[in-house]
Design a binder for this molecule. Sequence first.
Ligand code: HEM
Length: 431
Amino acid sequence: MLSWLPARVVALRAKVFEKVNGDNAITFPNDRVGPDRFQELYSHPAANGRSRGAGLSDLFWYWLSPGPEVHQEHLEAGPRYDDVARATRTFLAGSSDALSAAATRCTAKVLDEVLGGRVTAVRLRDLMMPVWAEYFYELVFGEPCPRLARDLIVGHATDVVNSLKCTSLRHPARRDRLTRYLKVRLADVRHPMPETLSEAEQVHYLQGTYFNTAVVQMAEAMAHLLLALAQHPEAAQRVDDDRYFAHVLDETFRLYPLFGIAHRITTADIELDEQTSFPAGSVLCFSYPAYHATGYDNPHEFDPGRWENTAARNEHHIPFGVAANRPCPAWRLSPIVMRACAREVLHRVALHSSVTHTRSLPSRGPCLLVRNGPVPRKRLALMRVRDRWEDVWRSVVQLVLGTAMVLHAHRLRPAGRYFDTHDTQGCPVRH
Ligand code: HEM
């Protein structure tokens, strides 16, 4: 079978992206800055440019539109960023009991709809999308999510993540439908919106942060967690043990970090030591999977037990980024709600899957949800064969669509064009 093809195609895709973006990007850890100094460089105050000055930004802005120019992740440091980050912190705050209860409720609602006979076949990411659409709708509007809104959110978030993974092209019209809905609902949000943004920008802020990033990241994170639990039943059996569950989560995040690469553009020269310096304008790419694979015995093995005698802060482990340089604002919320969601799932069904578990998981995590009775071995064998074949043709699709999108983004230059006419705080400039 053509099992070597997907890896070759992924490597080729990375080359195409690099060539078209045209940045002289440097990926860490490497020979110059190894894992021991990775966090030092990542945390450097001058490693703080986000969008301006990198071809890579055009691609991310293209994928994450509409409104990439007001997405917290892309905003440059300054008062605008501070204002937006403050608003996000307010939305994501809450007692852990309240956050958990909402996650349990939303999971139960979706499972009630999905679970049919004894065995239900799902793709875990698709199963989780509506859960988090419901969840973040409640978080933003403080009321249960109507079906229409859920469908718009799932349609939007799915379109974003599929295009990011190059399994599909993007569909701006699908995304615009959610924008129009949120415009009408802007007055109903339950926390103050960032004051430095216009109303149109506030709509994009809601859409980008809660109905794209939050939904996509949580659906992906839960797909990884549930797939790991499906393939390690001994870990699934201990889901009610808080301490052990924290280790399972750390190990899942270590092996399957949601970020492949996070990039920064240096806003001043960086001199780490006499031999190691980077001029202003360098594009630094921080590879999470590579960093997470250093400093551990058998790093490619899933072993929650490795966390028994150590803490994440002592290891090469940064699933939510580095504290000194714009870490994830959902660092606290995410593990709390993931635990609640995983428990609700595992209290109702046993999980079984025979697919390959990769970090980017373009398969969306095929899995069988089994209510009771024996393991459906035949269906698992079939699932394995189908997964291997899907992997082969999907990798070719990803190469073709990825190349098309990278060229399209290069032509449109969304970030480049914005900074031709705006400064880093969004004010119009004349050249
Ligand atoms: C398990 C789930 C999640 C993981 C593993 C995760 C991971 C990360 C990581 C690694 C970063 C930093 C990347 C960098 O250094 O550039 C980040 C940034 C960010 N995340 Fe998350 N994330 C998760 C869930 C969420 C959720 C639920 C939200 C909801 C709002 C969110 C919103 C953001 C935002 C806005 C940023 C940009 C922060 C900034 O630049 O100030 N994330 N996330």
